[in-house]
Design a binder for this molecule. Structure first.
Ligand SMILES: O=P(O)(O)O[C@H]1O[C@H](CO)[C@@H](O)[C@H]1O
Ligand SMILES: O=c1cc[nH]c(=O)[nH]1
Length: 234
């Protein structure tokens, strides 16, 4: 048991799917996994281990934002020996052609969070990137499943409600979608030499104002979930 995860040693698989919403973790476990055991309910940040196509895999809620995700990612790695973490998240499309329901693979993540600056000090603008092997696997898995994906730079924002940032300029420089965790996850992956990736579904579009409901965010993004599960067990 760690400070925030009430699992016993050996209860968490080496590969973890990592949605922000703990109810999305519950949905993935109950919908796709066999022989499921719930190992965590501390703070209602649900965590489950089961098997997918006979292979062990865990699903753990991360909460929202880099500070919350960092707690769970660090404990998964340091206290439970996790080797691969795949974020299974929602995001806002930053261009009009990035539509609700589209699946995005995070190649790298730009951020306004201080985590990169406080890790390396003044003048170093570290560029957090995902693990290429996981990215490559997810890309080809999506092709096999006939799920169209876009691959790109994810803007991980510290604030969900934010009119201070020039999102148009970021989009012009290649940012595809915005969410709140990827840069923190990729940074922790680099620190502990653990594989990390973000597989995201567009839940709304910040240019057009299109939006999915909370129920859809929790349950209906099954393409992303299948790509994540297949990537996780390969
Ligand atoms: O749906 P999740 O995975 O929580 O991801 C997105 O949704 C939350 C904001 O509504 C933030 O955590 C953001 O990154
Ligand atoms: O963090 C998020 C998640 C979804 N949509 C956004 O615009 N931001």
């Amino acid at each position: 048991m760690s400070t925030h995860i009430g699992a016993k040693a050996g209860q968490i698989a080496e590969t973890v799917l990592f949605p922000g919403d703990p109810l999305r973790a519950k949905f993935i476990a109950e919908t796709f996994l066999d022989d499921v055991v719930q190992y965590n309910s501390v703070r209602n940040m649900f965590g489950y281990t089961g098997t997918y196509k006979g292979k062990p895999i865990s699903v753990q809620g991360s909460g929202m934002g880099i500070p919350s995700l960092s707690i769970y990612a660090t404990e998964l790695i340091k206290d439970f020996g996790v080797k691969s973490i795949i974020r299974v998240g929602t995001c806002g499309g930053m261009r009009a052609d990035v539509k609700v329901g589209d699946v995005i693979l995070g190649q790298g993540s730009t951020t306004d969070s201080n985590v990169t600056a406080t890790t390396f000090g003044t003048g170093i603008y570290y560029a957090p990137i995902s693990d290429f092997e996981l990215l490559d696997r997810a890309y080809h898995t999506a092709q096999d499943l006939n799920v169209p994906v876009q691959v790109g730079n994810i803007f991980a924002a510290d604030r969900f409600y934010n009119d201070e940032i020039d999102m148009e300029k970021l989009a012009d420089y290649g940012c595809v979608a915005t969410e709140m965790e990827s840069a923190g996850l990729f940074l922790i992956g680099a620190k502990y030499h653990v594989k990390t990736l973000s597989i995201l579904t567009v839940s709304d579009n910040i240019v057009t104002g299109a939006s999915a409901s909370a129920k859809e965010r929790e349950q209906s993004f099954t393409d992303m979930m299948k790509v994540s599960l297949e990537t996780g067990i390969k």
